[in-house]
Design a protein around this ligand. Structure first.
Ligand code: CA
Length: 380
């Protein structure tokens, strides 16, 4: 009997020690911040420069890799070793490759998946957008909806984010392709947001539809390189951020027909030289950003915090940073940026930030061995 009690005690003690160990490990990974403690969980490793992710209704995920592969991730975060077949040719060159992947808002009914990529064409290559339907492990019914003009051989500034607004219009961000004066030209797609119907048709109320010599897809101009875009969940407005030159990364609210200034106005300067670009920081008729980062953080990916898991961050804007290696949390009052908190500083280059349908925050790291990470709240 005494032996039995001793053994029971021993088992209890070992069990308690094991529990304590698990607890201690979990506690050690808790990250405290101004308003919300959280845990950073690595869900998957071994993605090559992942660029974007989309959540399928059955719990699987689509992840793009810049090199041109669309990957499927299972419900338990296992990477399917075989990329999805059937995508049109992707030119993986410098910053170019496969970019965003987004589901149609009525995906459950129509099955359309949209993606942005660097497409070959006359004169070089440029950002394009296609859609298709996933059948098994193959993309079928593929339609190229847009392909920027003119194409050049530059490896820089592709933009590449796709967003649907609440009315069902489709937006694609385009960079200046490393040739800044293109951003002010209405007969050039570079340096703008374009706006389309979900099947690629140009909406009749696009701002430059009736302007002679202008490209009808253009919705804004004067943008440098937008790698983050999201619709504000309350106002329905399209928000973007963009890379500045040396300094001067911006957050903007995109509105029909407006000119966001690049390269006439900027808060940045010429790389290396530190010399002035354009006329300065402001000019009548050109939009001012809501927020500017000097020095640059190199923003990529953005998401408004929604759902019930992060009550202290509700409505905040999360922005990833490449060179800045952090997750920025902006607090807002309407279109005014009230404050900024820098999270996960020095952790890794962040390429994408998403709210999952489960209410957690998902991140992709921009590395040759990139990771899918998840922020999970920890109750105080
Ligand atoms: Ca600007």
């Amino acid at each position: 009997m005494r032996v039995q009690i001793f053994r029971t005690l021993q088992i209890l003690l070992i069990g308690t020690a094991a529990c304590f160990n698990t607890w201690a490990q979990d506690r050690s990974s808790v990250i405290s911040s101004e308003k919300q403690a959280f845990r950073l969980v690595t869900l998957l490793n071994g993605l090559e420069n992942p660029w974007s992710l989309a959540f399928l209704p059955d719990g699987q995920m689509l992840v793009t890799e810049r090199a041109g592969r669309l990957r499927l991730v299972s419900q338990d975060f296992k990477l399917n070793p075989k990329p999805i077949d059937g995508l049109p040719e992707v030119v993986a060159q410098g910053q170019g490759g496969l970019f965003d992947v987004v589901l149609h808002p009525q995906y459950a009914q129509n099955g359309w998946i949209y993606w942005a990529y660097n497409a070959p064409g006359q004169g070089g290559w440029g950002t394009a957008m296609a859609r298709g339907k996933l059948q098994g492990h193959r993309m079928t019914d593929v339609q190229v909806l847009f392909s920027m003009q003119p194409k050049t051989r530059s490896s820089h500034h592709f933009g590449g984010r796709i967003v649907f607004d609440q009315a069902g219009f489709l937006y694609l961000t385009l960079g200046d392709r490393g040739d800044k004066d293109r951003a002010q030209k209405l007969n050039d797609h570079a340096g703008s947001v374009i706006r389309l119907h979900d099947d690629g048709r140009v909406p009749e109320d696009n701002p430059f539809v009736k302007r002679e010599g202008a490209l009808a897809e253009k919705w804004t101009l004067g943008n440098r390189n937008m790698q983050g875009a999201a619709v504000h969940p309350q106002t329905g407005q399209l928000w973007t951020h963009e890379h500045g030159p040396q300094g001067g990364d911006e957050v903007n609210v995109m509105r029909s027909g407006l000119n966001y200034g690049w390269p006439v106005i900027t808060y940045g300067v010429n790389y290396g030289l530190g010399t002035k670009i354009g006329v300065g920081q402001a000019k009548v008729g050109l939009e001012q950003p809501l927020h500017a980062w000097v020095p640059s953080i190199a923003p990529s990916g953005m998401a408004f915090v929604s759902g019930s898991h992060f009550p202290q961050w509700q409505g905040n804007l999360l922005v990833g940073a490449l060179r800045g290696q952090m997750l920025v949390r902006l607090t807002l009052d309407g279109e005014k940026v009230l404050g900024e908190e820098r999270l996960l500083q020095g952790r890794s280059r962040l390429r994408d930030v998403r709210m999952g349908p489960d209410g957690f925050v998902y991140l992709l790291t921009d590395e040759a061995q990139g990771a899918l990470l998840r922020l999970e709240p920890v109750k105080p």
